[in-house]
Design a protein. Structure first.
Ligand code: ATP
Ligand code: MG
Ligand code: MG
Ligand code: MG
Length: 485
């Protein structure tokens, strides 16, 4: 089954169970200041769960465009390192607004996975919230999952495990205990079952989360009961597709095959590889990063964001530059990233027509960003390479904050890009030192502003505007960065 068929099978299955098929909302949330990007299918229904909004249906199903590259759910650093994480992915979901609850949610999920998709039951594991005896009983007694494949997991307060069976959209908003379904990809892959100390591997992959929405968490940390117990589920399309296409990694599914090939071609061309040359290694993790990031960047631009120095624009810039640096690592010495926009539109334009109708605009926005970064990347990489060589010789294993700041300030290297390069060499960045350097400069800029005012020079406001990347060719540009996350 192709990913597109899996998407429609999911939606049709829930439609047959009385759910209204609702279109994905944009990756930029409408009017939710608590959220940088749409990170789950439930976002567009937040007010319905809270009881502020009413819809003509009490059951819905969606395939939602999600971005997890900042805020509470941030997978940017996982991309290129795991088989299962993207910055952009599609979340298939079914929702009950005060309609069905635990029993039906679990039964629907099991029916779809084992009857429609015909997954072998013995490969499925489930987790339940430690105190949720009701969910445990449904899995065990009604559905018949044996006790040895049901794991009780808490809210990770001790931070011992990465699993967390209390789902929250962000620090505030609807939340509740959840039950998750994992697929065992087999013993060839490293990783332990959910809840075990080595669960953070790619063997037992979480495919579906069913959240029992019961509370609204407010800023003071208080949990208020929702008007009606509800259901919110999310299954990663790329993860279930990998399972159904009998591949282990999300990057091997049909949605990615052509995109990875296009990424390799684009990088090789920009690296000057001539006909007959082998070019870069087709299995390089850097190509996966590029293929992932072109999706995130294209969908973000399609929904109205442009690269910038604050908020969403800065997240977009960080993702784009991270991808460009990976191409540079593979040998690209000229812009290549933006040329992947049209191949992506071919792959995903049927499901998301906004990608096709905006392709030319996305192409030029990303091209401009890429050309700008190519002006400084070579010099920046030279500085970083020699700093890395120095720490390797000295054995400190850490890049100092001043160097990271200089790379950020003068060469347009967001600090997480610097950290990404360093991580490949087993080196970290002194984040505290970086922030101290940034604050020092902010103070200097402020003092300079006051000095000008005292001297009667023209002065128009607080000197916090961040013009750094706009004037990047200027070695002396001094900027005040704006942080997200
Ligand atoms: P993980 O533990 O693997 O990081 P999660 O617990 O953070 O996943 P949820 O918030 O429960 O994920 O989201 C619901 C579903 O969305 C997951 O079960 C998974 O199938 C999918 N998903 C979550 N994050 C990603 C991602 N970065 N890339 C692809 N799919 C994802
Ligand atoms: Mg996660
Ligand atoms: Mg998880
Ligand atoms: Mg989860």
């Amino acid at each position: 089954m192709k990913a597109s068929e899996i998407r429609s099978t999911f939606l049709n299955f829930f439609e047959s169970k009385g759910h209204q098929i609702v279109a994905s909302s944009p990756v930029v949330p409408g009017d939710d200041p608590t959220l940088l990007f749409t990170n789950a299918g439930m976002n567009q229904f937040k007010d319905v769960f809270l009881g502020f909004d009413k819809r003509p249906y009490s059951r819905a199903t969606t395939s939602q465009k999600c971005i997890r590259a900042g805020g509470k759910h941030n997978d940017l650093d996982n991309v290129g390192y795991t088989a299962r994480h993207h910055t952009f992915f599609e979340m298939l979901g079914n929702f009950s607004f005060g309609d069905y609850f635990k029993h039906d949610a679990i039964s629907f999920a099991w029916e779809l996975l084992t009857e429609q998709f015909k997954l072998p039951k013995e490969k499925l594991w489930v987790t339940v919230y430690s105190e949720d005896d009701e969910a445990y009983e449904i899995w065990n007694k009604v559905v018949g999952v044996p006790a040895e494949r049901i794991v009780r997991i808490g809210d990770n307060k001790g931070g011992r495990y990465m699993s967390d069976n209390f789902w929250m959209m962000g620090d505030t908003g609807p939340c509740g205990p959840c039950t998750e379904i994992f697929f065992d990809h087999g013993e060839d892959v490293a990783g332990g079952p959910p809840g075990s100390p080595n669960e953070d591997g790619d063997r037992y992959i979480e495919i579906w989360n069913n959240v029992f929405m019961q509370y609204n968490r407010t800023e003071d940390g208080v949990m208020h009961k929702l008007p009606k117990p509800s259901v919110d589920t999310g299954m990663g399309l790329e993860r279930i597709t990998a399972v159904l296409q009998h591949v282990h990694s999300n990057y091997e599914i049909d949605l990615f095959v052509a995109l990875l090939a296009a990424a390799k071609n684009a990088v090789d061309f920009a690296a000057g590889v001539t006909d007959g040359g082998a070019g870069c290694d087709a299995s390089s993790p850097s190509l996966k990063v590029i293929a992932d990031h072109i999706r995130a960047c294209s969908f973000t631009v399609a929904d109205g964001v442009i690269p910038g120095n604050a908020g969403r624009g800065f997240v977009l810039r960080r993702i784009a530059r991270r991808a460009i640096r990976h191409g540079y690592k593979l040998g690209a010495r000229a812009p290549f990233f933006h040329t992947l926009v049209h191949p992506l539109a071919v792959q995903m334009g049927d499901a998301y027509p906004e990608l096709r109708s905006n392709a030319d605009r996305i192409f030029s926005v990303l091209k401009q960003e890429e050309e700008r970064f190519f002006q400084t990347i070579a010099n920046g990489m030279e500085i970083l390479d020699s700093a890395l060589a120095a720490v390797e010789t000295s054995g400190t294993k850490q890049i100092d904050g001043d160097t990271a700041f200089k790379l950020h300030d003068t060469y347009g290297f967001p600090v997480d890009l610097t950290a990404d390069v360093c991580r490949e060499r087993g080196v970290t960045v002194d984040q505290a030192g970086f922030e101290a350097a940034m604050n020092r400069q902010r103070d200097q800029a402020r003092a300079a502003g006051k000095f000008k005012m005292a001297a009667g020079l023209s002065y128009s406001g607080v000197p916090t505007a961040f013009h750094g990347y706009e004037h990047l060719n200027c070695e002396t540009s001094k900027v005040v960065a704006v942080y997200v996350d």
